[in-house]
Each structure stands twice: as structure tokens, then as C-alpha cells.
Design a protein around this ligand. Structure first.
Ligand SMILES: NC(=O)C1=CN([C@@H]2O[C@H](COP(=O)(O)OP(=O)(O)OC[C@H]3O[C@@H](n4cnc5c(N)ncnc54)[C@H](OP(=O)(O)O)[C@@H]3O)[C@@H](O)[C@H]2O)C=CC1
Ligand SMILES: O=C(CO)COP(=O)(O)O
Ligand SMILES: [Zn+2]
Length: 348
């Protein structure tokens, strides 16, 4: 008997382009949302775009969070208790969007994603990435009901946020390799569609690398399209697997070992150079990944990330402890192997 089934949840409206922030009100109307809106944001995005967002909402309340954590989710839930919101509006980078995503899930309401930076592919995904103690959870939530990604706003953000988004996409290459490895060795459920979409997204972005330059709004357009596509791959998979493999584990570990030093996207990009080398050795594609990162001004070394060689090696040797996700790191990489990998790839 045939017993397979799937349930894919995707945003209903994706508005992407110059000036679309002014269409937020129309996008909300199209969703028939009712009740008070609660804007979940962080300090810089609130300052940059909070008033433009609130001007399109009826009787909005705002919760400003500083990070993506279970405590931040509780802060939002506390504000929501007084407001009884009908829906949330997530405004900012990956951290407020992840926080709002989880809070919306907790509160049983929908949310709309308004990114202020093209820095990560959680804009559309149905998962939140939340650190807790020695681990990092990929928490199931719902994707946004709508995404309003204004390329004018994204292009005004510091260039390194856009290069971080590019690197988060380039890391899909190794994430999918890890996913396939886990299917072969651990019989992990694998989606050909999600894997192919994730890889194709990285390929198309790398093919457009010449058009990704600071000061060009076109760059934000290209990167934001890729971020949406990668988020859809995660929604199809029902997991962050298509966009998060061992390179992400290394980045999550760096967040613990050397907090605040580098952006998520930049860390996963460097992680991808290392894990591609671990997958395929000297003859593998690690140079292509490094060159793709360099071509869009993303870091390719520990020094460019602002972390020490020792911190990088510690992250590489301990990354497998972060969560129970089978990757090329399997039971761990010895210090000698980590040093050889990082040296051979010029990461240290
Ligand atoms: N759920 C998922 O599927 C995914 C989740 N992620 C998560 O997203 C996070 C990374 O996202 P990222 O955006 O780098 O992190 P942040 O949200 O911390 O944003 C990075 C920095 O950019 C600032 N900022 C945001 N917008 C602007 C702007 N327009 N102009 C100037 N500064 C701005 C933020 O300010 P401020 O400090 O005020 O916030 C912050 O300092 C990680 O926690 C990662 O795990 C990443 C990929 C996928
Ligand atoms: O960053 C992600 C995809 O780019 C997802 O993060 P996780 O590794 O927490 O699933
Ligand atoms: Zn990521």
C-alpha cells in the first residue's frame, strides 16, 4: 500500500523589489489579517524602518529584542499577553525574524517577514535557529504568511550583510553534500526536489557573482531571490538540511567560542571551504567555493572572520557535538586533521 504523504507550508505572498515596503499594508489586506499587529524587531532595524512599517499598521505595538533566544521569545510572548495580537510583523535581520517566527508559533498567530538585510536565508524558512547552552536547536515553526523584501532598503544596508547572505547560499553546496551522505550512511530522509532546488540556488547565485557589487540594488535583488528560494527548499524538506550541514555546525560553534566576531553567513562560508575539503580532499571543489566567496568580498580565512586560528580549530574539532545531525564531521575531526584541513585550504 502507498503510504507516503507530505505537507508543505509556504508563504502566500512574496513581494520583492524596489520600494515594496510601501506595499506592506496592501499585502496585509490581501491576507485578511485581523487584530492588532505586534512588530518584533531589533534596535537598528527598528530605527531604520520601524516607523515606515508602523505607519501602515492599525494600532501597532512593538517588541524590541536583542538576540535570537528562548528568553527573547518569552519577552515577545510577555508583550503579546498585554496586546493580544492578531499577527506579528518580523522586521530586521535573522535574529528578530527567528524570534518572531517562534513567538508567532507559540502564540498561534501568523507573521509577516520584513527583512532589512539580505544576510541569511531564514527570511522565508519555517524554522528558527536558536542557541541554548551547549547546543543549537533548529526549531520547527511556520514560514511567514508573506514576505516583503524591499531591495532599496536591503541595498542601503552595510555591504557585508549582503555578502553574508551570499555566503549563506554558497554554503548550500556542502549542506546538500552532507544531507546526501546522511541519506547513504544513516538512511536519513532526503528530498530530491529540496536538494536540487538548494543546489541550483547556489549555482545561479555564483553564476551571477559578477553582478553582485556594492552600491548596486541589482545585487540585493539577486541575493534576496536566492534567499527566498533557499528558504522554500527548507520548507519543502521540512528541515533546514538543504541549507545547513557541517559548515553550519562549525559556525554555531564559533558563535559560542568567539561570540559576536563575525556574521552567520560569513562563518558558514568559511565552514563550507573546510567541509568541502573534508568531503573531497585536495582535488575537490573547495577552491571553487573559496573563489566564489572571494569574488563577492566574503571572508575566506579565520583572520578575515576576526577569529584566531586556535578558535577556528576548536570550532572545527568540536562542531559535531552541537547537535545530532549526521555530517562529514561524523564522530569528530582530530586536532591534527583539523589543522591539516585549515592549513591546506589557507583558512589559517
Ligand atoms: N531560521 C533559519 O532558517 C535561518 C536562521 N538564521 C539565523 O539568522 C541569524 C543571522 O542573521 P543576521 O541577519 O546575520 O543576524 P542579525 O539579525 O543579528 O543581523 C546582523 C546585524 O545587522 C544589523 N542590521 C540588520 N539590518 C540592518 C540594516 N538595514 N542596516 C544596518 N544594520 C542592520 C543588526 O542590527 P541589530 O544588532 O540592531 O539587530 C545586527 O547587528 C543567525 O542567528 C542565524 O542562525 C540564518 C539562516 C537561516
Ligand atoms: O542557518 C540556517 C540555514 O542557512 C539554518 O540554521 P540551523 O543550522 O540552525 O538549522
Ligand atoms: Zn545559514
Amino acid at each position: 500500500m502507498f503510504e507516503k504523504s507530505t505537507w508543505i507550508t509556504l508563504p502566500r505572498n512574496v513581494l520583492l523589489g524596489h520600494g515594496v515596503l510601501e506595499d506592506l499594508g496592501a499585502a496585509l489586506e490581501d491576507l485578511y489579517l485581523t487584530g492588532r499587529p505586534l512588530v518584533v524587531t531589533s534596535p537598528t532595524p527598528n530605527e531604520l524602518a520601524g516607523d515606515r512599517v508602523r505607519a501602515q499598521l492599525t494600532d501597532p505595538e512593538t517588541a524590541v529584542v536583542d538576540d535570537a533566544s528562548f528568553a527573547a521569545v518569552e519577552e515577545v510572548v510577555d508583550v503579546a499577553e498585554a496586546v493580544d495580537p492578531g499577527y506579528l510583523v518580523a522586521l530586521g535581520g535573522g535574529k528578530p525574524i527567528d524570534t518572531a517566527k517562534m513567538a508567532a508559533h507559540r502564540l498561534g498567530v501568523g507573521f509577516v517577514s520584513v527583512p532589512t538585510a539580505a544576510s541569511h536565508d531564514g527570511i522565508v524558512s519555517g524554522r528558527s535557529s536558536i542557541p541554548e547552552g551547549d547546543t543549537r536547536h533548529s526549531v520547527a515553526a511556520d514560514p511567514p504568511l508573506a514576505v516583503v523584501a524591499d531591495t532599496e532598503l536591503l541595498a542601503d544596508a552595510p555591504w557585508e550583510l549582503t555578502t553574508a547572505g551570499c555566503a549563506d547560499i554558497i554554503s548550500n553546496y556542502t549542506a546538500v553534500k552532507d544531507w546526501r551522505l546522511a541519506r547513504r550512511l544513516r538512511n536519513v530522509e532526503y528530498s530530491e526536489y529540496a536538494g536540487a532546488l538548494s543546489e541550483m540556488t547556489a549555482e545561479l547565485l555564483v553564476a551571477s557573482a559578477d553582478s553582485i557589487k556594492p552600491g548596486l540594488e541589482e545585487s540585493s535583488w539577486l541575493v534576496a531571490k536566492a534567499l527566498v528560494s533557499s528558504g522554500v527548499a527548507m520548507s519543502i524538506a521540512g528541515s533546514s538540511r538543504p541549507a545547513s550541514g557541517a559548515e553550519h555546525l562549525i559556525s554555531h560553534q564559533l558563535d559560542r567560542i568567539a561570540p559576536g566576531k563575525a556574521l552567520h553567513g560569513h562563518q558558514v562560508g568559511v565552514g563550507s571551504i573546510l567541509t568541502e575539503y573534508l568531503h573531497s580532499g585536495e582535488e575537490g571543489e573547495w577552491r571553487s567555493i573559496r573563489d566564489a566567496l572571494a569574488s563577492i568580498d566574503a571572508p575566506t580565512t579565520a583572520a578575515e572572520l576576526g577569529v584566531t586560528d586556535e578558535e577556528l580549530i576548536r570550532a572545527l574539532t568540536t562542531a559535531h557535538e552541537i547537535r545530532d545531525r549526521y555530517t562529514i564531521l561524523a564522530g569528530g575531526v582530530t586536532e591534527a586533521a583539523a589543522i591539516e584541513t585549515a592549513t591546506a585550504t589557507d583558512v589559517i
